[in-house]
Write a new protein. Structure first.
Length: 67
């Protein structure tokens, strides 16, 4: 799980990617299944992101509960 744009851009090795465009689905990066979510501090500053943040964690939990 990459949390926030800095982590996403570093792990994906692409300065043009962002959380907003990548969240909500799994990505294969360097051989790893990778999910993307907003950073917790961003959610704290912008509470409207909470539903998306929670949904991303549920998606990740479902992945690990079914594999």
């Amino acid at each position: 799980m990459c949390l926030g744009n800095v982590a996403v851009q570093s792990f994906f090795e692409d300065d043009a990617v962002d959380v907003k465009s990548l969240r909500g689905k799994l990505h294969e990066v360097k051989g790893f299944k990778t999910a993307v979510a907003y950073h917790p501090l961003a959610v704290r500053r912008r509470p409207n992101l909470w539903p998306s943040f929670l949904n991303d964690w549920k998606t990740l939990a479902n992945l690990y509960c079914t594999t």
